[in-house]
Design a protein around this ligand. Structure first.
Ligand SMILES: Cc1cc2nc3c(=O)[nH]c(=O)nc-3n(C[C@H](O)[C@H](O)[C@H](O)COP(=O)(O)OP(=O)(O)OC[C@H]3O[C@@H](n4cnc5c(N)ncnc54)[C@H](O)[C@@H]3O)c2cc1C
Length: 444
């Protein structure tokens, strides 16, 4: 996968973003795995969208069989290394752990999974093939994010020829370009994807499939196409002055520091929005040296979409929150920003928010980071005439991921509107299995 040579690690970034949940030592992993009750009904497994057999892999760690543990995890989730670091486990496997019922700490499933996966990678493990014959059938995956990677790995492991296209120079989608560095360093995302490339999946980078001609070409070359294109650009802050160069959307800001293009932030930063992306951007600005970081949100604390643990993390990092605050203009000097003008908001009895008359005030700032959601790829998806869409998301058969155009399958953010890495992986794998069944039927 030639593109990886263009990514260089940046030690100064690594120093600023140490692991949020550091790895377990071998001894700690054995002690922690011994606490697992190996529940027969495994609520942790049911809570995982990829249904990793949690008791099984933990038992193997306890018995010292780390290779077997990793292979059992990978069987369910090919991006298990990144999922062990980025999954919101508090609301998934660890949230479902029966230890809660006994008022005990849940088993540290994510750190145990990371232990198994880190050891697997350190020992140069490789993904097993599931078939020893090459099967007829060529599949194109559009986008090299978690959804396409999971679909590609499953299909290749079953012996099909798979090509993954991405408009960017590096694979991984938001795993590589978006997820906070203290959860998943870019280099770890790329290392995991190398295993998929080593299976024989072909990657073509820097190729944007954007028009009908490119699609027609793809349809000629491939039997089935999987759409794992994610969501589009971030929504703009539409206020006077919102197009100033010192107004930088959260995805661009995060991508720049992850790639080492931005290593320092000076002055006061204002982040607009209170979802997980806003939290990631705010924490990063603080770590990169911002004097102060404030998150502005038009509603109140109980309405934010960020997970509770992300919110607590931001407070711990020194980020402050301004509730019931809406930006109305960005003001600048010749050489930079001066302030963001805001108004106070109030929530009516019917739950609607409205501006408080005459409440305008200014917050001094040098950088504004809007984090107010990604838009769907409406223009791109409108090129597929036979795809049914619902509120900007591709409609699929939930059991297979097949779209209303039988040649196309889809999964991940472009189907669910933006969830988690593990959901994209689950979608991709499900489609991989269904595409293999379809092709097998077509060639008997
Ligand atoms: C800032 C941020 C932080 C996040 N943090 C977490 C987290 O901590 N934990 C977690 O579980 N989830 C997190 N998520 C969500 C998670 O990253 C996504 O749910 C997941 O990456 C979706 O995977 P995907 O494959 O559907 O799409 P993506 O990861 O978006 O990948 C889509 C790929 O398609 C490519 N593409 C798009 N259009 C085309 C085209 N026309 N031609 C060629 N290529 C194309 C793109 O370049 C991209 O590489 C975060 C999201 C964001 C925005």
């Amino acid at each position: 996968m030639a593109s990886q040579t263009i990514f260089e690690e940046h030690p100064e970034i690594a120093k600023l973003f140490p692991d949020l949940h550091p790895p377990l030592t071998r001894q700690a992993a054995v002690i922690e795995s011994d606490r697992c009750l190996n529940c027969f009904d495994a609520p942790c497994t049911s809570a995982c969208p990829t249904h990793i057999d949690v008791p099984r892999f933990i038992k193997k760690i306890a018995s010292g069989n780390l290779q077997g543990s990793a292979l059992s995890i990978l069987d369910a989730n090919v991006l298990a290394a990144s999922c062990s670091r980025v999954c919101p486990v508090e609301v998934l496997c660890e949230g479902a752990c029966v230890m809660h019922r006994y008022n005990k700490q849940p088993i540290e499933i994510a750190r145990l999974q990371r232990h198994a996966m880190d050891t697997f990678h350190a020992k140069g493990g490789s993904l097993p093939m599931k078939s020893d014959i090459e099967r007829p059938g060529k599949i194109a995956c559009l986008g090299a994010g978690p959804a396409s990677l999971a679909a590609a790995a499953e299909l290749r492991q079953q012996g099909y020829q798979v090509t993954v296209f991405d408009k960017r120079p590096l694979p991984g989608g938001l795993n590589t370009y978006g997820v906070a560095e203290y959860k998943l360093p870019t280099s770890s995302s790329l290392r995991e994807i190398q295993l998929i490339a080593d299976l024989g999946v072909e990657f073509r980078f820097g190729i944007e499939i954007a028009d009908e001609a490119a699609l027609a070409e793809l349809e000629r070359e491939f039997d089935v196409i999987f759409l794992g294109v994610g969501l589009g650009a971030m929504q703009k802050l539409v206020v006077p002055g919102g197009d100033h160069p010192a107004v930088v959307d959260a995805l661009k800001f995060i991508e720049e520091y992850k790639l080492g293009l931005k290593t320092k932030v000076v002055g006061d930063v204002v982040v607009v929005g209170a979802g997980n992306t806003a939290i990631d951007a705010a924490c990063a600005a603080k770590r990169l040296g911002a004097n102060s970081v404030r998150i502005l949100y038009r509603r109140t604390e109980e309405h934010i979409s960020a997970f509770d643990f992300e919110y607590e993390h931001a407070r711990h990092e020194g980020v402050s929150f301004d509730w019931l605050t809406q930006p109305v203009a960005v003001h600048s000097f010749d050489d930079g920003l001066s302030s963001i003008e805001c108004v106070a908001m109030e929530i009516g009895a019917d739950g609607s928010v409205k501006q408080v008359t005459g409440s305008s005030f200014h917050i001094k700032c040098d950088l504004v980071i809007p984090a107010i959601g990604q838009s769907p790829l409406l223009e791109f998806l409108s090129k597929f005439r036979d795809l049914k869409m619902d509120k900007g998301c591709i409609v699929v058969d939930r059991a297979t991921g097949q779209t209303t155009d039988p040649k196309y399958f889809a999964g991940g953010d472009c189907v669910n509107g933006g969830r988690e890495v593990v959901d994209a992986v689950a979608d991709g794998k499900r489609s991989g299995v269904a595409i293999a069944e379809l092709l097998e039927g077509a060639h008997v």
